[in-house]
Design a protein around this ligand. Structure first.
Ligand code: KG4
Ligand code: ZN
Length: 383
């Protein structure tokens, strides 16, 4: 059994957690920065980075105290090394490096998206690879075939806004405040999802991707028409998001359960290579075992990321999984939004495989889970 200290600082939550390789969460602490960013209606990178500097050290000390542990008791130190706001990522990663050096512990540089992608396995010991994952957060909206630690095939991404970004922008348009997702969900609970006709971008389209920018613009026009209740606008928007997520996820389930999954040379994208170095160095040959594993059908439909905290979205995905006779897995709500337990857990999974990193590893503002994925066509493609 290994004990991992996890650190998260890639956006506007500063967090530290202690998690064991046998899935015990010994302590998890989190400091949000909502008040600091509220006047600006969104996250200001410089304010976030400074807040991380102030908050992180007491959070780590508090987590260790709560767990009754000393740094010497920890087996490895894991920190988000990207993607995210570079100032914040550097604060967490440099802190982790300093602690690793001082205590003589291995460092694990974790991709934040891998933190989300593996978080369901922390909560659900029965969840085995491979699984189909909808990863929906403030910065990403992707469907991934999760084959193993460090082994992801991206089936779809957004061609413009992320799902959480659409919630945040809609909340701003409707004057519901920041952060937007929970505010829209609360307002939507009091509204009629059929009250306002809104578009479902790419619904039924042959391509696998998501799009949310047009939906947000339609909310703006409907608001300006001045005839709808805010609650009805929120409920209709949320229903449109649900319909898009379900349609695209249904398409992905069909693609991975009807065809056998394409077996590719797979490379572990999370080895300790700064972007300037050649990734090929870290490619692993596909072994017979890998091939057998990759050809298996998904064991479950899984959702993760901040948007996975949304009740109607979880319920609709659960129903979709049932239609396809697939088990459904979603982390508890607190584990969906950014936290350090998921970073510690991804660290534990990597540490168990011997995947540690050197102290000169670079922070990466962009870091795709599947570097082989084709670029999606679209005006504002981000991932
Ligand atoms: O995963 P996360 O905490 O941070 C990123 O990695 O982006 O996701 C934050 C996003 C925000 O856009 C937030 O509005 C959205 O998740 N979110 C929600 C809910 N809770 C958080 N969206 C819809 N419904 C919610 N209940
Ligand atoms: Zn996140």
């Amino acid at each position: 059994m290994a004990i991992i200290l996890g650190i998260e600082s890639s956006c506007d939550e500063t967090a530290a957690a202690l998690v064991t390789s046998d899935r015990r969460i010994l302590a998890h602490r989190l400091a949000g920065q909502e008040e600091a960013h509220r006047p600006f209606g969104g996250v200001v990178p410089e304010i976030a980075a400074r807040a991380h500097v102030e908050a992180l050290e007491p959070l780590i000390a508090g987590a260790l105290e709560e767990a009754g542990l000393d740094l010497a008791d920890v087996d490895a130190i894991a920190a988000t090394a990207g993607p995210g706001l570079i100032g914040g990522v550097m604060v967490g990663l440099v802190t982790a490096k300093a602690l690793a050096l001082a205590a003589g512990k291995p460092l694990v540089a974790v991709n934040h998206l891998e933190g989300h992608a593996l978080s369901p396995r922390l909560a659900d010991p029965a969840l085995d690879f491979p699984y189909l994952l909808l990863l929906a957060s403030g910065g990403h909206c992707q469907l991934l075939f999760v084959q193993g630690v460090g082994r992801y095939r991206r089936l779809a991404t957004t061609i413009d806004d992320a799902a959480g970004e659409a919630f945040d922008k809609t909340a701003k348009l409707l004057g519901l405040g920041f952060p937007g997702g929970p505010a829209v969900e609360r307002a939507a609970a009091l509204g009629d999802p059929k009250a306002v006709r809104l578009p479902r971008p790419l619904l039924g389209s042959a391509e696998p991707h998501f799009s949310f920018a047009g939906l947000k613009s339609a909310v703006l026009r409907a608001r300006d028409a001045g005839i709808h209740r805010t609650e009805d606008l929120a409920a209709s928007f949320q229903q449109a998001v649900v319909d898009c997520l379900i349609d695209r996820t249904d398409k992905a389930i069909r693609s991975v359960t009807t065809e056998s999954v394409r077996v590719e040379r797979s490379r572990d994208t999370f080895r300790s290579v700064p972007p300037s170095l050649d990734f090929a160095r870290d490619e692993r040959e596909v072994t017979a075992l890998d091939v057998a594993r990759d050809e298996r059908k998904p064991t479950a439909l899984v959702v993760a990321g901040g948007v996975a905290a949304n009740g109607p979205i979880r319920a609709a995905l659960q129903a979709l999984a049932a239609q396809h006779d697939l088990p459904f897995s979603a982390p508890p709500l607190w584990l969906c939004t950014d936290n350090a337990a998921m970073i510690a857990w991804a660290g534990a999974e990597r540490f168990a495989l011997g995947l540690t990193d050197p102290l000169d590893i670079a922070a990466r503002p962009r870091w795709p889970l599947d570097p082989d994925a084709e670029r999606a066509r679209g005006a504002g493609v981000k991932a």
